[in-house]
Design a protein around this ligand. Sequence first.
Ligand code: PLP
Ligand code: COI
Length: 360
Amino acid sequence: MTTPTIELKPSANPLSDAERDAILASPGFGRHFTDHMVTVKWTEGRGWHDAELTPYAPLSMDPANMTLHYAQTIFEGLKAYRQPDGTVATFRPEANAERFRSSARRMAMPEVPTELFIAACDALIQQDKGWVPSSGEASLYLRPFMIASEVGLGVRPANEYLFIVIASPAGAYFPGGVKPVSVWLSEEYVRAVKGGTGAAKTGGNYAASLVAQAEAAEHGCDQVVWLDAVEHRWIEEMGGMNLYFVYGDRIVTPSLTGSLLPGITRDSLLKIARDLGYTAEEGRISTEDWKRDNEAGTLTEVFACGTAAVITPVGSVKSARANWTQGDGEPGAVTMRLRKALLDLQTGVTPDTHGWMHPL
Ligand code: PLP
Ligand code: COI
């Protein structure tokens, strides 16, 4: 089966340049969408076809669409950054394409070929490049996703799917700048078990997290930290971010056990940290380790990382039985140095020694 070329069917932009610039001055996260979208259909026996770039518009859907009932749905998140010469580049789109394929396999959905995934993102950015913010860490967040499009109530993999890419200008994910977040250790609810869907970027994982996020908020915390589902003591990740623990000049992130998302920021930081002379490792950290090593002063900083959130320091920790301030509760030096190194690479301020940037 061949990869289809994307047919361009753009419209006149619905917003004036001034209206768009007003949005770009303070975009928030995921609140505004660009003028176009890309859609590609998949049909059993035919493969991917009818790839189109069209004006951003609502989807019309049969009430018996299988996604609405059985949740075959996956998504990705990646960013396009304005470079110093005014051009635009995305960060590691091949890695997102690969994870999208792995999520598809877990959810019994068809795989989008990497070249189609990247071509769809590129076509949308090219068309809507006026929406890529021009300064600092602001970016254009791309949201590729796939849903089943077959109509029917039988429980089985659908035989028709829709792959869609939309884009949204992004400022800070957490309003208020780089402010340490408070986290709630979720001991009652679990996110994922081995053999489940935790390593896939599928909607159900996020739906299942919301009640724990609400519990975190009731306890005055910004975010949930998920623990392993068996012993309820090993740190896994946060709702939409991976975690790093800083022991002086050694940084440790929880190993990929199969129940947490293999974050692309997480992977990039293992490499960037080594470039900067830190020891960077994957390992196992329990809630007791966290509390004890923080009290002993050996665990100097903790931070969360992800495409949307970049790098965000953790300032305090709470559970049903304990609560403590992480370090002095302020953003740490290693956290801020890694954050700057990552953003400098993404915005083209420093050279791309890993070949991660994909220029358009
Ligand atoms: N963990 C979860 C559950 C996520 O949703 C995300 C966000 O994509 C991450 C971790 C971080 O992954 P990445 O760095 O690829 O954005
Ligand atoms: C991302 O960082 O891309 C995410 O998907 C996190 C969240 C918005 C779900």
